[in-house]
Each structure stands twice: as C-alpha cells, then as structure tokens.
Design a protein around this ligand. Structure first.
Ligand code: SF4
Ligand code: SF4
Length: 485
C-alpha cells in the first residue's frame, strides 16, 4: 500500500532510499533500485535530492516517488510485484536442459568452447539410453516448462539418438503435462531435406552461427569439408521459407543465428549486420568471445579486451538503429533481453545475466556419457580435465541429491550479486549477473574480482550503451518496439 504523502515543505533529508544505486555517466546521474526502476538526474537535481531539498511539488519529485526512490512514498505492493516479475525464475527449477549428443564435429571453429573431437571419435556419441535417462532426469525438475537443447560437437552427427530422443521426450511431456520445447544448435552442414522435414514436423527450433560475410565467417568457422558460410545461408533460407508458409499442422519457428565476435570481427560491424539483413534474419545475437576451452589457447590471435568489444557493440547498435529508422527490421538480442528487464520489468530467460546465475538452478548440461554439469561452460572446464562443475551422473545420482549438492549451492552463493562487493553497489545490479565458471577459468575463484574482471567490463560496456541510447528520445520508441511483445 502507498504511504501517505509527506506534508508539503517537509524537509526531505535522506529522502532517497539507502538502497538506491547510482552512477555518474555522460554528465548525469543514473539512479536504479532493486525493483528495476531507473531515473536520470542532472547534477543540480542530484545534489538537491541527496540533500533533501527537492520540492515535493516538482515533477521530478513525482517521478522519483512513483519509481520508488523516495523513502516516504514507497508503494511496497507495486515495488514487490515488479521485483517478483523480474525474478520469477527463483520459484522454479531448471528449465533449460542441454544434451551434448556428441563431441564430434566436422568444423574446427577458432573460438569453439565445445572442445570438438575428430569425426572418428564415435565413443563420444551419446547412446540413446543415456539420452533417455537424461530426459527422465530433466523431467524431475518442478519447472512447468522444459526446454531440451541438442548440442555438440555437431549434434546432427548423432542423428539416430536425436530422433529417438525427440520421440521419447514428446511422449514424456504428454504424460507429465509439462510444456516441452525442443531446440537444435547446428552448423547445418549435415542437414538434408529428410532431416529438415523431421525437425519441422516435430517443432524443433533451429539456431546456427553466422559470423558475417563469407571470408570472415569461413575464417572463424573452419570447415575443411566444404563452405560453412554457403551451407549456413542455404539452410537459413530454407527454414525462412517454411516459416513463411508452414506445412499443414506444423508450427515452424523462425531460424535464429549467433554472432561470436572474434578479433577479426571488430572492424567489420557494418558488413556483419548487412549480412544478417541480407540473410533475412530479424535478430542478431552479438556474443563476446570467452577465454574458455579451445579459444583460451588461441586467445593471443583472436581475443581482445573488454573495451574493444564495447566499442564494437556501440557501433553495431548505432548502425542497427539507423537501419531501423530506414524501415529495416532487425534488433540485437542481448540488448532486447536487457531492455525487457529495464523497460518491462520482465525476466527474459537470459540465464547468464540473473542473480543468482542459472548454473544448476536454471539449467543443466548432460555430457555424452551422462555426466551432469552446472551448465555447458562448466562442462567445458570439465573437458579440460577439471571436473569442479560436475554435479553427478544420470545413471547414479538422484535429482534431489544433485540439486541440493554443495556445488549447486556454491554456484548460487557465488553468483549472488549481494555477496559481490562491487556488484552490491553497482547501478547495473538490477539487470546484471556474474558467472562463476568465467571467474574460475579466468581469475581462479568462483567469486572472482569484478573490478579487474573482463566479463564485468563487457557488461558495463553493454549497459552504458543501452542507457545512453535509451536516454535519447529519438531512440526510445524504436527500442521499446524491440520488447513490445
Ligand atoms: S558484474 Fe560488473 S556490471 Fe555487473 S553488477 Fe557486477 S560490477 Fe556491475
Ligand atoms: S556459471 Fe556462467 S555460464 Fe554457467 S549458468 Fe552461470 S553465468 Fe551461465
């Protein structure tokens, strides 16, 4: 219930909540709070607010009061409802379940985190029995919605297991009453019309990688057996056509693509985005490189600093907005997910930017041999010989044991932003998240050290860009459209 307004002229000393987070940026002050509200203050107003001298009759006072920044005007019900909406994931178990159907791959991408094995390593294919057991394990989650994501290596190399798992999971969903989503992450190079028809008939959503124009894509995504770029575009077009005219009785999803930014991408934002537009994609998911797995050994050649990525991200977003103004439909996905929190107070399902992060409590990764990891990144650390993030095995360990394990707890505790000294006072805290696997791999501890943490630097760059763009009324309407649904 809203508190009674303070009497006119009351000295508002200490009117701003003690929990208010703020940051001086671009000459103004950005204020945020735990319910997810934000406000901008000019220097003089910031001084007036903090000194309790802001007149209660001013429109700024009304704005700050409505957003939960004035201690004497808190509407606890509204603030709590907004907080709950954004943090709804805390009330469910893991919803995303990643099945690593094989470690084999016919590509050798420079930044691969999946530690692909050679084509002959059939012993790294997941047997159907293991896949089924993993599905059983996933359905133990109390989450009413289960997403099974098929990954690798290249999952199409283990086609029979994929087919069998889809059928098994669909049956399981019927008896359990849970909503099931199926997703495939593939380089498309092994697709055939027959396989594509199966995926469409079973409503499997499709995600691939597109790193830009042919020379750049093929430089990052080495495919000695052929032209990776050509295969990607061919099948994107195929699924787009099907999406425009779905076969009777089928729900066809728009295919999506990820851009992994390597050092070679940094000077080519326009060409990359133009390539996405040309390919008919309406989303581009710009993802920074992480020095985990295979990318770590090549970091000197393909890696970069957080400030380089931030500059690339800023230029990319600026160009995308220009295209939008000219009528081209395209949006950046990280921005869209963050803006969904900032504008709509919603949880967009972004497991790596939430508190605590999704490790174990939001997602699980099942290796080809049934080993269960906190997430795919945790599995990568395991591949390098350190099984710190291994939670158990589907054949040996019960769901309850895994979810209440010390590892599950320590991941949640170490990614709790309130326990991170820098994050607890950071203006971006209501929208951000830290990664224990990244911290461990790069700084040697699950907690890490945010002031010198490159991932923190990347997120800061993204938030600075987003808030700067949001502040400009010329952009606000476009950005709101990105998250209108
Ligand atoms: S990780 Fe960095 S940007 Fe995110 S809340 Fe922590 S200090 Fe802020
Ligand atoms: S540990 Fe890192 S990669 Fe794993 S779920 Fe958490 S944020 Fe994501």
């Amino acid at each position: 219930m809203a508190q009674k307004p303070a009497a006119k002229g009351t000295n508002l000393s200490g009117a701003v909540l003690p929990q208010v987070l703020w940051k001086k940026t671009g000459g103004n002050y950005l204020l945020t709070n735990d319910s997810g509200h934000h406000a901008w203050l000019e220097e003089k107003n910031f001084a007036a607010v903090t000194a309790g001298r802001l007149p209660q009759t001013s429109p700024l006072f009304a704005e700050l009061a409505s957003k939960g920044f004035i201690r004497s005007r808190l509407d606890f019900n509204d603030l709590a409802a907004k907080w709950k909406k954004q943090n709804a994931y805390l009330y469910y178990g893991p919803g995303l379940h990643i099945l690593v159907l094989t470690l084999r791959c016919n590509h050798k991408c420079l930044y691969c985190q999946s530690a692909a094995a050679g084509l002959g390593a059939k012993n790294t294919d997941m047997p159907l029995a293991t896949a089924r057991k993993s599905v059983d394990f996933a359905f133990n989650s109390p989450n009413p919605g289960i997403t099974l994501e098929f990954q690798g290596g290249e999952p199409l190399l283990n086609w029979e297991a994929l087919k069998g798992t889809v059928a098994y999971a669909r049956k399981k969903a019927k008896t359990s009453g849970k909503e099931l989503k199926l997703a495939l992450v593939s380089n498309f190079s092994l697709l055939t019309a027959e396989k594509a028809a199966f995926l469409l008939a079973n409503e499997v959503s499709i995600c691939t990688s597109l790193d830009g124009p042919k020379d750049l894509h093929n430089r990052n995504r080495l495919f000695t057996g052929g032209n990776s770029h050509g295969e990607t575009l061919k099948w994107l077009k195929y699924f787009q056509k099907k999406n425009a005219a779905p076969p009777p009785g089928c729900r066809v999803f728009k295919p999506s693509a990820l851009l992994t930014v390597s050092k070679y991408s940094l000077s080519r934002h326009r060409e990359i985005i133009d390539e996405y537009v040309k390919a008919g994609l309406e989303d581009i998911f710009i993802r920074p490189l992480a020095p985990i797995g295979y990318a770590k050994s090549l970091w000197g050649a393909i890696g970069y600093e957080a400030k380089d990525f931030s500059a690339f991200y800023l230029k990319s977003l600026d160009y995308i907005l220009k295209l939008n103004r000219g009528g081209v439909v395209i949006r950046e996905k990280t921005a869209a997910m963050m803006l969904d929190k900032i504008i709509n107070f919603r949880y967009p399902g972004y497991l790596d930017a939430r508190c605590p992060c999704g490790a174990a409590i939001g997602q699980l990764a099942y290796n080809y041999n049934g080993d269960i990891y906190t997430c795919d990144e945790g599995r990568m650390v395991g591949w390098a010989g350190d099984v710190l993030f291994k939670l158990g095995n589907v054949f040996r360990d019960a769901y309850k044991k895994v979810m209440s394990s010390g590892l599950t707890r320590v991941c949640a505790v170490s990614s709790n932003l309130e326990a991170q000294p820098a994050c607890a006072r950071c203006a971006y805290k209501p929208y951000c998240g830290v990664c224990p696997v990244y911290n461990y791999a790069t700084q040697g501890s699950l907690w890490g050290n945010m002031p010198s943490n490159d991932r923190c630097g990347l997120f800061k760059g993204i938030f600075e860009t987003l808030f700067a763009f949001l502040k400009n009324p010329g952009n606000t309407a476009i950005l709101k459209k990105w998250v209108a649904k």
